[in-house]
Design a protein around this ligand. Structure first.
Ligand code: HEC
Length: 415
């Protein structure tokens, strides 16, 4: 594997075949989880910008993702299920069932023992991560859109479309109920306990830990879809439907800037813990880094060494292959990524590499990879051509792009 760039510029992370609905940064700051409308979750290395694992289990959009303290991963979906995964395993280790509507947000308690989930079934559930038992917190009269724990873990905050923010004092289940002027879409809690909620009127509202309104900022002009707070508590990022991402200074309650650049609108936002870097999950399926101080994208100008396709500058097929490079290497000398290496692809039978763990469904298929079969794979999409595949659904609409891609693969992968 080529040496990792030490600079702070990076390429976009392309892997999902649909909008990136959820993001979570690992506790050590080196890993990222993303969940998408394409029904997949992806575990990324933030050091190499490569996809390390595709997690496919959910039957519908993956709306929420989280890292647990013990290294496990949680995904939750519009299929009302929560899946708990051991890193590297192809199937979830446990599945929590109970919700009867889409799950849209997750929060892990500070001690790592419980998980809270918010659902459009109008309930919040509190799950024990050791035995999977759950308690139902009822009261919201419409979709619950967000949950967050207080830093001491003694209370849980939920927000919903019913205009209410509820502070549940655990383990008791009678909440304080605060009614706000607009339906609520997202919530986050700062390290000092202050609550920040984002509403459909584009406002961020701040509340003290005991529920007194303590501030507000007009962040965006459209409904807020996602809110996150930097690890040091100073910055808030809020994404609005339609494309604006606002960076707000929490102490002074002021709008510092809005992001400018490609890749908007976004569906999800997360700060990296140790840098002033914001990560966004785009409607175009791409994950991008931004400098939260300048509002500018943090990407590699093409041709820089951190770009794995730099050697192919100007090659249209290589540009199309940018949709693949996070998951597939072109040479078997490079380390394993989320997908099998494409080295020596043409002439190879599907799912025949001995050192990659393919989905069982692929092993019985009668496909040999050629420029024609690879083109077909992306003309009709992996879900139809290779049903049961882990590869996120994606299609390449233009015959010319498919041809450029298959020519490029032929040139770049022959041994
Ligand atoms: C997010 C990760 C990801 C992206 C992006 C991705 N793939 Fe895949 N791909 C996979 C995974 C995972 C598999 C293995 C599927 C399985 O076992 O279910 C796979 C399998 C394949 C296979 C079958 C290989 C074999 O040995 O049978 C081909 C061919 C392939 N991908 C080509 C591509 C191309 C070309 C692109 C870009 C247009 C692409 N993939 C984008 C993850 C990805």
């Amino acid at each position: 594997m080529s040496p990792v760039s030490v600079s702070t510029v990076h390429a976009d992370m392309a892997g999902h075949g649909g909008p990136v609905r959820a993001l979570a940064v690992s506790p050590d700051g080196n890993g990222l989880l993303s969940g998408s409308f394409d029904t997949a979750a992806i575990r990324w290395s933030l050091e190499t910008d490569t996809a390390e694992q595709v997690l496919r289990y959910h039957a519908d959009a993956v709306n929420a993702v989280a890292f647990l303290k013990d290294g496990r991963i949680v995904t939750a979906g519009a299929d009302a299920r929560i899946a708990v995964w051991m890193t590297g395993r192809p199937q979830p280790e446990r599945v929590f069932e109970g919700h009867v509507g889409p799950i849209v947000a997750l929060a892990v308690s500070p001690d790592g023992a419980c998980l809270a989930s918010a659902s459009w079934d109008r309930t919040v559930r509190l799950w024990s991560l050791s035995d999977g038992t759950s308690r139902v917190l009822e009261g919201h009269s419409q979709n619950v859109n967000g949950v967050a724990f207080s830093p001491d873990g003694k209370s849980l905050v939920s927000v919903g479309y019913d205009l209410t923010l509820r502070i549940w004092h655990l383990p008791d289940s009678k909440p304080d109920i605060i009614t706000l002027p607009a339906p609520l879409n997202a919530v986050a809690v700062a390290p000092d306990g202050e609550i920040v909620t984002g509403a459909v009127d584009g406002m961020l509202r701040m509340l003290t830990a005991d529920g007194k309104i303590s501030g507000e900022v007009a962040a965006v002009t459209t409904p807020v879809v996602a809110v996150t707070i930097s690890a040091d508590g100073t910055l808030i990022a809020a994404a609005g439907i339609g494309g604006t991402v606002a960076i707000v200074d929490r102490k002074s309650r002021s709008l510092l800037r809005t992001l400018i650049g490609p890749g908007l609108p976004v569906w999800s936002v997360a700060f990296l813990s140790y840098r002033e870097t914001l990560i966004t999950g785009g409607a175009d399926g791409k994950i991008r880094r931004w400098n939260a101080r300048t509002g500018e994208p943090n990407t590699v100008p093409s041709g820089k060494s951190a770009d794995p396709l730099a050697a192919y500058a100007g090659d249209h097929g290589a540009e199309v292959f940018r949709a693949c490079v996070a998951c597939h290497t072109l040479s078997d000398k490079e380390g394993q990524r989320a997908g099998p290496t494409l080295a020596g692809l043409y002439g190879r039978r599907i799912a025949s590499l001995p050192d990659y763990r393919f989905s069982d469904a692929l092993k019985t298929m009668d496909i040999v990879w050629t420029p024609e079969t690879v083109a077909k794979l992306f003309e009709v999409g992996p879900n139809s051509y290779t049903p049961g595949t882990k590869m996120p659904e994606q299609r390449i609409g233009s015959a010319e792009d498919r041809r450029a891609l298959t020519d490029f693969i032929g040139r770049a992968t022959s041994r």
